[in-house]
Design a protein around this ligand. Structure first.
Ligand SMILES: CC(C)(COP(=O)(O)OP(=O)(O)OC[C@H]1O[C@@H](n2cnc3c(N)ncnc32)[C@H](O)[C@@H]1OP(=O)(O)O)[C@@H](O)C(=O)NCCC(=O)NCCS
Length: 146
């Protein structure tokens, strides 16, 4: 059973650390797309949208960072902790998110680095399609209409 719960300050810092260690190239590319430094990125996590803990049973299995904007839901980051990978946690979390927002937004958007084959396979399996290439940073924007 997967659930999404608002993260505490300490959990947001844990999310930032995980993004830095686990989503390196993707994070750098995202910072370039946004035109911000690593320090500014930290401020973004605190001030933009909200970070949710992905709860799997009664354990914290990872994090989702989302923002509702212009009738769209932007997934700025998703990370599943190593021991929980390959068990459908990210699939369930994204499906849950889509179900929760299907009445209030028209589409979900997210970005993925060209080298991140795991994440791309996950998004494509769920029906996300590339709508924009940011060539110079090797980053694609994917969208799924709800
Ligand atoms: C990408 C990530 C979130 C996937 O989480 P997960 O819970 O392991 O994913 P799931 O178990 O739900 O897997 C869903 C799909 O992802 C793909 N996938 C997951 N692990 C994979 C791997 N090692 N190799 C290839 N594809 C993989 C598959 O398509 C899989 O579908 P399948 O099980 O039907 O084959 C996780 O690997 C992660 O946290 N990576 C580091 C952070 C990151 O890159 N985040 C994305 C950019 S912000």
């Amino acid at each position: 059973m997967t659930d999404l719960v608002a993260a505490t300050g300490k959990e947001r810092r844990e999310f930032l650390d995980l993004m830095r260690t686990e989503a390196g190239e993707g994070l750098e590319a995202a910072q370039k797309v946004l035109g911000i430094s690593s320090q500014q990125f930290e401020g973004f996590v605190e001030s933009v949208g909200r970070v949710c803990v992905i709860r799997h049973g009664d354990e914290s299995a990872g994090f989702l960072w989302i923002e509702e904007r212009d009738r769209g839901l932007h997934v700025h980051g998703i990370v599943v902790k190593q021991p929980f990978r390959g068990r459908g946690v990210a699939t369930e979390a994204l499906r849950l998110l889509e179900a929760q927002y299907s009445d209030s937004v028209g589409a979900v958007e997210l970005g993925v680095h060209h080298a991140n084959h795991e994440a791309r396979a996950l998004y494509e399996k769920l029906g996300y399609q590339t709508v924009h290439h940011v060539e110079d940073v090797g980053f694609d924007i994917l969208r799924k209409a709800l």
